[in-house]
Ligand binder design. Structure first.
Ligand code: G3I
Length: 392
């Protein structure tokens, strides 16, 4: 083989090396950029000083608000330290698993013709015993459907299954539930429908009216509870969240114009600092628009994921606390907001440990109490937000 061949091989090698070096430089620059972005989130001067040691429940109640948390039966029934902290800090509980169709070790709907209320009953009775309000989550969702659902529910019987589920579950707990997430996460712009609806099994089986139907069935089943539409991705100053806020608002306007018995919007507020810009005024405007429809608003699943934040706990806790306070100080200015629920009380029990873990495998720290049930800067941030909120 001639020298030319060798030259071209050497040239290809050099070109490849150059390309790799270039890519490496771009990646390094990007990492430096994101590290600077993240560091910019931290403000060492923010101290989050809260006055006194009064619980979140009491601070919320002083302003006519409710503070609560999501809990799971296995944790609440076995973890006495968690149970004590829940009783101290919370005015409301919502089951993270037990009132979904099929979640956790002993699901509500084990088969097409049965309901297992044992877990839900334990949770509702626990709340009553400890003088806690209770909210139901969730009656109509595209996730946590039972394994038997796909092969059992069809266009001919879907309405009957929907009606039977809503009526049976709501009448079982009638009069004991502050609010129900009747329909959860029905908007998904990624499904490219002009109405923004998610192509859920319920939409495919019943058409777009499944949402109105679910709320009407719910209103018949328990007239004493607040009926809530619950969704996520409504928080940030990003094109995606702005588009979703518009789509949710259009859905709410349409439901109200049809006379659908809907009482509140649930904003999940699963927050992720770092890449998402937050604009208090845009959130305030959205809440104002929702309230102008005569709807109440609940912050239903708040947590702040720290997977993109530095491992340093002091910096991470300060950034997370800042996100909570900036978000809640804007949200609680809207008097239609009646409750703040965090998706867990202690870092010991966050879904994020399993679903959004940190790359460095450090334990996540998204919630008001640490894994030892000690109050963190997040607790201070929520306490301050309640203290500064206008009275309802
Ligand atoms: O550990 C049990 C296993 O023993 C059992 O056999 C199996 C049968 O379903 O369930 C296993 O538990 C699962 C648990 O994750 C632990 O992996 C639950 O089913 C499963 O439901 C649970 O995922 C939950 C997820 O919703 C889906 O239901 C998360 O804990 C929960 O935090 C998450 O919460 C959702 C809200 O409901 C709606 N908004 C978003 C939010 C976060 O995704």
């Amino acid at each position: 083989m001639g020298n030319n061949w060798l030259l071209s091989r050497r040239r290809i090698f050099k070109l490849g090396l150059g390309a790799l070096t270039g890519i490496g430089a771009v990646v390094a620059a990007k990492n430096i950029y994101w590290s600077q972005q993240i560091q910019a989130l931290d403000n060492p001067n923010r101290t989050f000083i809260a006055s006194g040691k009064v619980s979140l429940k009491e601070r919320a109640a002083a302003k006519g608000l409710i503070y609560g948390t999501a809990v799971r039966y296995p944790d609440l029934s076995l973890d006495v330290k968690l149970a004590a902290s829940v009783a101290l800090e919370c005015g409301m509980l919502v089951p993270e698993w037990e009132l979904k169709w099929f979640a956790g070790k002993q699901p509500l709907r084990p088969s097409p013709d049965s309901f297992d209320f044992q877990m839900g009953d334990w949770m509702v009775n626990y709340a009553k015993t400890h003088d806690l309000l209770f909210r139901g989550h969730t009656l109509v969702w595209h996730e946590s459907l039972p394994p038997w659902f796909r092969n059992t529910v069809n266009r001919q019987n879907a309405r009957e299954f929907l009606a039977q589920h809503i009526k049976t579950v709501m009448q079982h707990y009638a009069g004991k539930i502050h609010s129900w997430d009747v329909v959860n996460e029905a908007i998904n712009l990624g499904d490219n429908r002009s109405d923004g609806l998610r192509t859920t099994p319920w939409l495919k089986l019943l058409g777009t009216d499944y949402i109105d139907l679910a709320f009407r069935l719910a209103a018949e089943s328990d007239p004493q509870t607040l009926l809530v539409y619950n969704d996520f991705g409504l928080d940030y100053d990003t094109p995606q969240d702005e588009a979703k806020r518009i789509a949710v608002l259009k859905l709410l306007e349409k439901l109200k114009s049809k006379g659908t018995p809907i009482h509140a919007l649930g904003i999940q507020a699963h927050l992720l600092p770092g890449k998402n810009k937050f604009n208090q005024e845009k959130l305030r405007r959205f809440l104002r628009d929702v309230a102008s429809l005569g709807l109440k608003i609940m912050i239903t699943e708040m947590d702040v994921a720290d997977k993109d934040l530095p491992v340093d706990i002091k910096i991470r806790d300060r950034i997370i606390a800042g996100v909570y306070e900036d978000y809640l100080s804007a949200a609680l200015d809207e008097k239609a907001v009646i409750a703040v629920i965090t998706w867990g009380l202690s870092d010991r029990n966050s879904w994020l440990s399993e679903f959004q873990p940190r790359d460095d495998h450090a334990p996540v720290r998204p919630l008001p109490l640490d894994a030892q049930m000690q109050r963190k800067l997040v607790w201070n941030a929520i306490a301050r937000a309640f203290d500064h909120a206008p009275k309802r």
